[in-house]
Design a protein around this ligand. Sequence first.
Ligand code: 5GP
Ligand code: ZN
Length: 138
Amino acid sequence: MEDCIFCKIINGEIPSNKIYESENFVAFLDIMPINPGHTLIVSKKHYENMDELPGELGEELLRVIKTVARAIVKAVNADGYNIGMNNGRAAGQLVMHAHIHIIPRFKEDGLKSWPQKRMDDSKLREIGKKIKKEIDKI
Ligand code: 5GP
Ligand code: ZN
């Protein structure tokens, strides 16, 4: 993809702080980290999002996530970490090249968790039914 910033980073046109590479993925530091050590794990091939990522890469991706997360936690002495992936603009995806965020967390980092809301049992059941029906179609 010609105009994709992550494709440019992967092929070396744009510099990055690369920390790891496997057959199909590259990990580099996010240029605007939420916390020190915030890293992006990016597919070498241009897939737009999770839906496009081939399932066969799942095992390798999980291995990369676990390796990189373990190293980040040790390197920055984190107390935990979040794994995140924004899929679609409505979900906050700004770079349309599939990537996973690994965000180290610290006890007193002041970051709040997502706002949750109570929902009626009947509404929960209704949504659950709809999702199960869609799963049966896949
Ligand atoms: P998204 O919102 O698409 O999930 O996240 C994109 C991330 O890419 C953002 O956290 C942003 O800081 C990071 N980013 C955008 N441009 C660059 C860049 O040129 N280099 C690096 N290392 N990170 C970038
Ligand atoms: Zn790309």
